[in-house]
Design a protein. Structure first.
Lengths: 249, 302
């Protein structure tokens, strides 16, 4: 049997005394693109953060590529799994050039051929080489998000956690970034776990989705069910109609 | 040629790390040059530095050579600022004294700013009990009056410039620690810090390479503004006889000697006092200008 890229078992996550996520079980196959959808505060971003090691207060099991995950970020994990954040304005260091930003993971892991790798990464995300020594404030939102994606790819991870990667961008730029993500996944065989509340994005980019509400998964469905409007749970249907979908008769 | 050089610096797509860094410094200095007060401050400090560097060539007389036949002469063409009670030329002494002032200021800044920055950044980054312990310690130092604490240290270590420098540095760092901590708290949960954590960088690396550069500009501003206070504290220690020892031409000590003749020979105490005010003012102006330029909130407008 193929081992799942991300496996969550009985996952409970808390911030201080408040429990945010209750008993989540989830298996995402390698090469799959999986979406977590739900309203704000339903705990979807928290799950991503726990997998990444940024929300350390959890119980249960998190395994990535068959390895049990610790509660904090660690170096070995960094090479398997990286994350792209929601806000491209907050996820780049304001005093570091694009070059510094992309070289940093290589320096941390002592990887050679930094110059070539940085150039390749810029090519991969469709940024011209002349952006290489610019500061973030000299870039547009879409360009910043491309840099953030390039940074996540520097360590050639297999699994990418995407936290609403397009929600802070203009509609036209959103499309570019989504196309880029689709292309990268095809070229590099990545597994995506994406958080979003935008259902059209899900049907464009993902194979399966899980609908979350109040920290619990209410339904796991195929994206074809989303497209045909045949989601089972009443809350999923509500979400579907709220985002402009026609209910199936 | 000058135009192309400027274009190269302001190029919005630099082709190397060096060009990007230089371009940024160039923009900062251009912004600084548009602020008249900052330019005045920078000129005063530049003069101080040149004075200190070329003291033996600028000063018309020796700083310590006595001439008892010419004691307490008023300002004249021979002695621009008059002479003191041992017939030493006050102008020459002030010029030589600039070396001492400059040394005190630089040493204090070099010792206290890094200590404050690191303590503040570590404390703000880790939070929790680390923060409580380190900030408790900082508060203890902060709650004691600067000059009194410096006095206590000098009393314990013995008078002299080196001890005065150590004493002032020990009293100066808590302010920088507070600033660095406050600054660190504002972005320690930011996503760009989370991103480096995810790359597996160690805490030391994150603090040194990602947190400190962001605290540095506000600390630089604060240090520059504090320079005036440092000079005054050093002068105060000198005035009390606990800083530089005679015959060193330290400005505070010179005022202290002039105190005995202040009613009849006003120039003996006034001239070094004037020098202290001018240099303090220079640092204040420059600090104010730097604050306008380096303030992160202003930066986006450039």
């Amino acid at each position: 049997m193929k081992q799942p890229a991300i496996l969550l078992e009985e996952l409970n996550i808390s911030y201080g005394p408040t429990r945010i996520v209750h008993g989540v079980d989830l298996a995402i196959d390698e090469g799959e693109s999986f979406a977590l959808v739900g309203e704000s505060g339903s705990g979807k971003t928290t799950i991503l953060k726990a997998i990444a090691g940024l929300a350390p207060d959890w119980t249960g099991t998190i395994s990535v590529l068959g390895r049990r995950r610790g509660h904090r970020p660690d170096r070995a994990f960094a090479r398997d799994c990286q994350m792209v954040f929601q806000d491209p304005y907050g996820s780049l260091h304001p005093r570091k050039t694009v070059d510094d930003c992309l070289s940093e993971p290589l320096l941390v892991h002592g990887l050679k051929e930094r110059d070539r790798r940085v150039k390749d990464a810029l090519d991969a995300v469709g940024l011209d080489q002349r952006f290489r020594f610019r500061y973030p404030h000299q870039l547009s939102g879409g360009q910043r998000q491309r840099v953030a994606i390039a940074r996540a790819l520097m360590l050639t991870p297999k699994v990418m956690l995407l936290d609403e990667p397009t929600s802070a961008l203009d509609v036209s730029v959103q499309a570019e970034i989504l196309n880029l993500l689709k292309k990268l996944r095809r070229e590099q065989g990545l597994t995506y776990m994406m958080v979003t509340h935008n259902l059209p994005v899900v049907s464009f980019l993902c194979d399966r989705l899980a609908v979350m509400r109040h920290g619990r998964i209410v339904e796991v469905a195929d994206v074809s069910d989303l497209k045909s409007g045949t989601l089972e749970h009443s809350y999923s249907r509500e979400l579907f109609i709220a985002s402009g979908g026609e209910p199936a008769a | 040629m000058a135009v192309t050089y400027r274009d190269w610096l302001l190029d919005d797509s630099p082709s190397s790390r060096l060009q990007a860094g230089l371009g940024r410094s160039y923009r900062v200095s251009m912004a600084l040059a548009r602020n008249p007060l900052a330019v005045a401050g920078a000129l005063i400090i530049l003069t101080l530095i040149l004075m200190a560097a070329f003291a033996p060539w600028i000063a018309p007389y020796s700083a310590t050579g006595q001439d008892l036949t010419n004691r307490l002469m008023p300002p004249s063409a021979q002695h621009w600022m008059g002479t003191d009670e041992l017939g030493r030329d006050i102008f020459s002494r002030i010029i030589h004294g600039s070396r001492i002032t400059l040394m005190i200021v630089t040493m204090v800044a070099l010792i206290s700013a890094p200590i404050g920055l690191v303590v503040g950044a570590v404390s703000g980054y880790f939070g929790g009990s680390t923060d409580r312990i380190m900030m408790g310690l900082t508060d203890i130092f902060l709650s004691m009056p600067k000059l009194i604490l410096a006095l206590a240290f000098v009393a314990a270590l013995g008078p002299g410039i080196e001890n005065a420098i150590i004493a002032i540095a020990i009293t100066a760092w808590p302010v920088y620690a507070r600033i660095a901590r406050a600054e660190t708290m504002t972005f320690r949960d930011a996503e760009f810090i989370a991103a480096v954590q995810l790359q597996g960088a160690s805490s030391t690396r994150i603090i040194l390479r990602h947190v400190l550069p962001l605290c540095a500009s506000s600390t630089i501003v604060r240090v520059t503004l504090d320079m005036a206070g440092i000079i005054l504290t050093a002068a105060g220690l000198g005035f009390l006889g606990l800083g530089a020892q005679p015959p060193l031409p330290e400005w505070g000590a010179m005022i202290s000697r002039g105190r005995n003749f202040i009613l009849d020979q006003w120039w003996v105490a006034t001239m070094p006092g004037f020098a202290i005010i001018l240099v303090s003012l220079g640092f204040c102006f420059l600090g104010d200008g730097l604050r306008d330029v380096l303030d992160p909130k202003q930066e986006n407008k450039q």
